[in-house]
Design a protein around this ligand. Structure first.
Ligand code: 4AD
Ligand code: MG
Length: 520
C-alpha cells in the first residue's frame, strides 16, 4: 500500500498555505486601494446631466473645452462645453484662489477638469453655475494658433478645419441630431420586426447601372498586368475579378428580403458622380429597406410613415439643438430679401411634415403641372418641360414641392427608360412602378420601386438596357427559385439630416465630407 498524505489544507504551516495567505492579503490590499482611489476621485459629471437635474450644493467634477472666458480683476467666468449638450456650463473663478500662471492657460479651446460646488446662478442665461475650487488644465490651446475663436466663422472656413468644427455650437448640434436620427432608424425598423442586413461594401455589381463607381484594386497602377488585347487582366487582382465600392446595397438586400421577409440596410455608399452640388457626396450613407410581398402602395405607405417617424423623433428628442438651429436660421434670414425668406420656421416645417399627408401623383400628372407652370411658360426653367419622357431636374422637383403643392410629394410611375432595370414594368408597358419622395429644400430624399419579380420580363429588360446577365446570375436566382412580389426604397441619410437641421449644404451634415475634387 502506498503511503497516503493528508490533504494540503490540513497542513497549517506548509509553504503552499503561506503563499496562499500572502496572495489573499495582497489582493485585499489592492482592493482597498481601488476603493480608496474611487472615493477620493470625484466622478465626472456630464454637463447635460448636470443641467438637466442640478443638485444645488453638490461637489462635482466636470471636464470640457473652454468656449469663452470673460470677467474682471476679481472674477472670471468660463463657458465650458463637453459636447453632451448645446448648453455650456458657467464656471465662476475667484481669482484670489488661482494663480495667474494657471489662468493664463485657460483660453478658448483649452481642455479643463474643474472641481467645484453647484450653485444657483445670479447671472442671466443660465440657471446654475460651478464655483470652482480646483482647476486642472488638461490641454492648452495656444490662442495665436487655435483657429476657432469666439466669433462667427463661415461654413466654408469651417469645412477647411473639418477636424475641429465639431467643437462649434452649430456642428455639435448637427452631429447630435445625426446620432439621434441613426438611432431612430434602427428603432423604427426593429419595432416593426425588420432585420438589419449587411450588404457588402466591396462588390462586383453596379446596382444602379449608372457606372459611376470607385474601383477597388491592389494592382500597381503604374504596372498593371495586361490581357493580350491590352485590357487590364483583373484575374491577377486581389479578388481575381473587377471589384468596386458599392453604389447601393439594394440587390443584395433583395436576397435578404426573399428569405427573411423584411430587412433594411444602413451603410456607407459610394458614387463617383461628378455632381458638385450641395446635395451630392461621393461617400454618403443610405438606408435601404426591402420587403417581400409589398406592392408600390405598401412601399409608399412605409416610406411616408418612416419619414414622419424620423421627423417626429427629432422634434421629441432634439428640442434644444433644434431651437438653437432655428434661431441661427432666423438670424440668417434677416439678411435675405423678404421674398426669399421662408414662410415657416424650422420646427414649424418639421411639424408640418410630421402631421400632414404627402401628395401622391404620377409622373404624367407632374409633367402636365410643370408644362403649364408659370416658370415653364416664362422660360425660367433651365431645362424647359416640353414633353413626356424627360427626366425631372431638381428645379422641377422643387417647383412641385415648394411652389405648387407646398408639401412633400411622392411621384410614381416614371417612364421606364429613365429608371433602373430592376423596376417593375406597369401594365401600360411604358412606365415602371418607381417612386421618388421629394422634400422641400432638399428635392429627392427617397428613391424606390416595386421590383420586377417576373424572370422573363426582367431578362428582356436587362437585354434592352445592356445589363450583363452572366455576372448577375446570383441575383436572377431569386427570380428562378420562389420569386415573390417585393418592393423597397433608399433614403439618403445626409439629405434627411439637411431637412431636419435646416443646413443648406450636404458637406455640413457629415463629419468628413468627400466630394469630387475635395477631401476635407
Ligand atoms: O435614387 P437612388 O439612386 O436609389 C437607389 O440607390 C436605390 N437602389 C434605392 C433602393 O430602392 N433601395 O438613391 C437613393 C437616395 C436618393 O433619393 C438620395 O436621397 C440619396 O440616396 N443619394 C445621395 N445622397 C447624397 N449624395 C449622393 N451622391 C446621392 N445619390 C443618391
Ligand atoms: Mg433616385
Amino acid at each position: 500500500m502506498s503511503p497516503s498524505f493528508p490533504p494540503i489544507q490540513t497542513l497549517p504551516f506548509s509553504g503552499y498555505s503561506v503563499v496562499n495567505q500572502w496572495k489573499k492579503w495582497l489582493l485585499c490590499g489592492q482592493f482597498i486601494g481601488i476603493i480608496f482611489r474611487r472615493v477620493m476621485k470625484t466622478k465626472r459629471t456630464k454637463i447635460k446631466s448636470l443641467l438637466d437635474s442640478p443638485e444645488i450644493g453638490a461637489e462635482i467634477n466636470v471636464k470640457g473645452w473652454v468656449r469663452t472666458k470673460r470677467g474682471n480683476k476679481f472674477l472670471n467666468f468660463i463657458a465650458l462645453n463637453d459636447g453632451s449638450s448645446i448648453n455650456s456650463l458657467q464656471i465662476v473663478v475667484d481669482l484670489e484662489k488661482f494663480s495667474e500662471e494657471l489662468m493664463k492657460d485657460v483660453t478658448t479651446g483649452a481642455c479643463l477638469s474643474v472641481n467645484g460646488k453647484v450653485a444657483k446662478s445670479q447671472g442671466a442665461g443660465q440657471s446654475v453655475e460651478i464655483q470652482a475650487s480646483e482647476i486642472k488644465v488638461l490641454g492648452v490651446a495656444d490662442p495665436e494658433a487655435y483657429p476657432l475663436q469666439p466669433k462667427k466663422h463661415s461654413f466654408e472656413f469651417l469645412r477647411e478645419i473639418a477636424h475641429l468644427r465639431p467643437r462649434t455650437n452649430t456642428f455639435g448640434a448637427v452631429f447630435r441630431i445625426r446620432h439621434a436620427m441613426a438611432f431612430a432608424v434602427h428603432k423604427f425598423f426593429n419595432d416593426k420586426g425588420f432585420y438589419y442586413w449587411h450588404s457588402p461594401i466591396i462588390t462586383g455589381s453596379d446596382a444602379e447601372g449608372a457606372g459611376e463607381m470607385f474601383r477597388v484594386t491592389t494592382l500597381d497602377p503604374a504596372n498593371t498586368p495586361k490581357n493580350e488585347d491590352g485590357s487590364i487582366d483583373y484575374r491577377q487582382d486581389f479578388f481575381e475579378t473587377e471589384s468596386n465600392l458599392t453604389v447601393s446595397g439594394q440587390l443584395e438586400g433583395e436576397l435578404g428580403a426573399l428569405a427573411l421577409s423584411d430587412i433594411y440596410t444602413f451603410g456607407p455608399t459610394f458614387r463617383a458622380e461628378n455632381s458638385n452640388t450641395s446635395r451630392h457626396l461621393a461617400e454618403f450613407w443610405m438606408i435601404e429597406p426591402e420587403m417581400a410581398f409589398y406592392d408600390l402602395e405598401d412601399n409608399m405607405d412605409l416610406a411616408e410613415e418612416f419619414l414622419k417617424y424620423l421627423v417626429q423623433y427629432a422634434l421629441d428628442h432634439c428640442a434644444e439643438d433644434l431651437t438653437f438651429l432655428e434661431k441661427r436660421l432666423i438670424d440668417e434670414e434677416k439678411n435675405k430679401p423678404a421674398v426669399e425668406r421662408s414662410e415657416m420656421t424650422l420646427t414649424e416645417k418639421l411639424r408640418f411634415v410630421a402631421e400632414n399627408d404627402f401628395e401622391r401623383l404620377t409622373y404624367t400628372e407632374a409633367i402636365d403641372i410643370l408644362r403649364n407652370s408659370k416658370p415653364n411658360k416664362k422660360g425660367k426653367f433651365q431645362f424647359p418641360i416640353d414633353g413626356w419622357g424627360a427626366d425631372l431636374q431638381s428645379e422641377h422637383e422643387r417647383y412641385l414641392v415648394e411652389k405648387h403643392f407646398k408639401k412633400p410629394v411622392i411621384l410614381i410611375d416614371y417612364p421606364k427608360e429613365i429608371k433602373s432595370f430592376y423596376m417593375r414594368v406597369n401594365e401600360d408597358g411604358k412606365t415602371v412602378g418607381a417612386m421618388d419622395v421629394l422634400f422641400p429644400g432638399v428635392g429627392e430624399i427617397v428613391g424606390g420601386s416595386q421590383r420586377e419579380e417576373r424572370l422573363d420580363v426582367l431578362l428582356a429588360k436587362m437585354d434592352e438596357m445592356n445589363i450583363p446577365k452572366d455576372e448577375m446570375d446570383w441575383f436572377l436566382d431569386t427570380r428562378r427559385f420562389g420569386t415573390a412580389p417585393h418592393s423597397g426604397f433608399g433614403l439618403g441619410f445626409e439629405r434627411l439630416i439637411i431637412f431636419v437641421t435646416g443646413m443648406s449644404n450636404i458637406r455640413d451634415v457629415i463629419p468628413f465630407p468627400r466630394s469630387a475634387g475635395s477631401m476635407y
